[in-house]
Design a binder for this molecule. Structure first.
Ligand code: CFM
Length: 543
């Protein structure tokens, strides 16, 4: 964002939007719509219940636990205890890729469910769950089975943890553990992330003490290999001589989780979904964590340099510079060509809990401005930075999610970076155990909206007339019908990878293409020419 160019003042449109809500709703929504001033500490209301009746972008707690955090790991059987619809919904709907090449085990393409029926709801489903675990084990002999609770499981009181314990004992060589991740458990999928982190930490991390073979051993946390992002990041790490012990959880395995406490540094990509794991590993095993963003070529280079600084190794630093110098020219070529179309164009981003921030980097590299952005389910720390953590109010909904009590492991706690070293790194401007959030990086007068509603989306599109709107499949066609191209930032519209250097090139080229077509502007809704009371319109356009 160029300093001299100020964005339009959205206070008028904010008032107009709020004026249509009942007074109580308007008061609530006003706190989630902030006109940004990066110089100020502004509070944004987030991670609170969605207002019933508005059209939200959010998903459920089960989606965050089963689909997001555990879903991308190939050698665990993720068994859903619930009606078949919940399993079908989560079956291959997220583009997390995997490479089963070396070990061959990949259960990700299967859909495992207990297929609860009415009589299980009335008489209980534990027996059926035990049978399902046994059946899955007999057929596949997996290393691990995760059991995921759906809403009815919590309502009828089936104890997935007791069943899992019993079956783990019975099977002997299979790690069986459950998740109380009923869809309604939290206000969004964010609660599911936390539950998933807790159970992975409790049941898996630390089971294998084998020392890693690399010299610079890291874990990559919060990278789910959507569209092959993780493959590209791994390629860059390999080139630099950095050894990834474990990725949480893209293209990952149970063995990698079990061994992950042996790494010397945790890199956090998606802060929202995995910060719990970073904190717990730091407390128990002494592994420091740093926030990185491998979305955007410049921020990829920055992330790599942070690793070099952390390990304080001249050889590694030189290798990293060599890799950056090798990769960057091709990236700049594509960016330069794309900028002919993209320079000065406007973007709006409403996605998840981290990409609405991360992808602003790529747009910046294209010379584009982000006029408005928001998360579906981010918390205040994702917007305002972790400095606000002590001031976040714990409400009944967040209290509902277990906080693990974690202490230093008496034998295995190993402080990788002494306090003094962390201070040196911080003095160099490296964020250690910290995340500054999205708001400080956004322009003055940009509008930040948490859990944006459908009505707000439509009005803001009218106001900003962005050149591209980034969201997901639920928003895609509505936005495109209003004449604005929509780029999906969850699934990448079947494109990608967008991470790292290769990913940046792909993204530049895709946005260039999107901005090169005028097709969306040519669309005209039939009711704009004819009165909406005309009964023929429905008949014509439905048939
Ligand atoms: Fe993290 Fe994600 Fe995201 Fe997320 Fe997601 Fe996703 Fe996302 Mo969709 S873990 S918060 S729960 S970066 S599935 S890979 S794209 S909403 S912005």
């Amino acid at each position: 964002m160029s300093e001299e160019k100020k964005l339009p003042d959205p206070s008028g449109i904010k008032e107009e939007i709020l004026a249509r809500y009942p007074a109580k709703i308007a008061r609530k929504r006003a706190k989630s719509m902030i006109i940004n001033d990066p110089k100020l500490d502004q509070e944004i209301q987030s991670n609170v219940r969605t207002i019933p009746g508005i059209i939200t972008q959010r998903g459920c707690t089960y989606a965050g636990c089963k689909g997001v955090v555990l879903g991308p790991t190939r050698d665990i059987i993720n068994l859903v205890h619930g009606p078949i619809g919940c399993s079908f919904y989560a079956w291959l709907t997220r583009r997390n890729q995997t490479d089963p090449g070396t070990d061959g085990e990949n259960f990700m393409t299967y859909c495992f469910s207990t297929d609860m029926q009415d009589d299980n709801i009335v008489f209980g489903g534990e027996k059926k769950l035990k049978e399902a675990i046994q059946e899955a084990y007999d057929i596949f002999k997996p290393k691990a089975i995760g059991v995921f609770s759906t809403c009815p499981v919590g309502l009828i009181g089936d104890d997935v943890h007791a069943v899992s314990r019993e079956m783990k004992e019975k099977l002997g060589d299979c790690n069986v553990f459950g998740f109380s991740c009923e869809g309604y458990k939290g206000v969004s999928q964010s609660a599911g992330h936390h539950i998933a982190n807790n159970q992975l930490f409790r049941h898996v991390v630390g089971l294998d003490d084998t020392p890693p073979e690399g010299r610079f051993n890291i874990n990559l946390l919060g990278e789910y290999n959507i569209g092959g992002d993780g493959f590209e990041i791994d390629r860059i790490f390999r080139k630099c001589g950095i050894n990834v012990v474990c990725t949480f959880s893209g293209n990952s395995t149970m063995g990698a989780f079990e061994n992950s406490h042996t790494a010397d540094l945790n890199l956090v990509m998606c802060h929202r979904s995995i910060n719990y794991m970073a904190e717990m590993m730091e407390t128990k095993f002494g592994i420091p964590w740093m926030k990185v963003n491998f979305i955007g070529a410049e921020s990829t280079a920055k992330g790599l340099r942070k690793i070099g600084e952390y390990f304080e190794d001249e050889g590694l630093k030189a290798k990293i510079e060599e890799v950056i110098a090798e990769e960057m020219p091709a990236v700049s070529d594509v960016a330069e060509r794309a900028r002919k179309k993209t320079q000065g164009k406007l973007a709006m981003l409403f996605v998840g809990g981290s990409r609405a921030h991360h992808y602003q980097e790529l747009f910046r590299e294209l010379g584009m401005e982000t006029v408005s952005a928001g998360y579906e389910f981010g918390h205040r720390d994702d917007y305002e930075g972790r400095k606000v953590l002590p001031t976040i109010k714990v409400d009944a909904d967040s209290r509902n999610i277990e906080e693990l009590k974690v202490e230093a492991d008496p034998e295995r706690f190993n402080p990788r970076a002494e306090d003094i070293k962390l201070e040196t790194l911080q003095a160099k401007g490296l964020e250690v155990s910290d995340y500054r959030g999205m708001m400080p990086d956004m322009a003055d007068n940009s509008l930040i909206v948490d859990d944006i509603t459908h009505w707000e989306t439509e009005k803001l599109i009218e106001f900003y007339k962005p050149d591209v709107f980034c969201a997901g499949i639920k928003e895609k066609y509505v936005v495109q019908k209003s004449g604005i191209p929509l780029k999906q930032l969850h699934s990448y519209d079947y494109g990608g990878p967008y991470a790292g250097f290769e990913g940046a090139k792909n993204f530049y080229a895709d946005i260039e293409k999107i901005l090169s077509t005028t097709i969306w502007k040519k669309l005209k809704a039939p009711w704009l020419d004819r009165p909406s009371t005309d009964p023929c319109i429905c008949a014509e356009y439905v048939s």
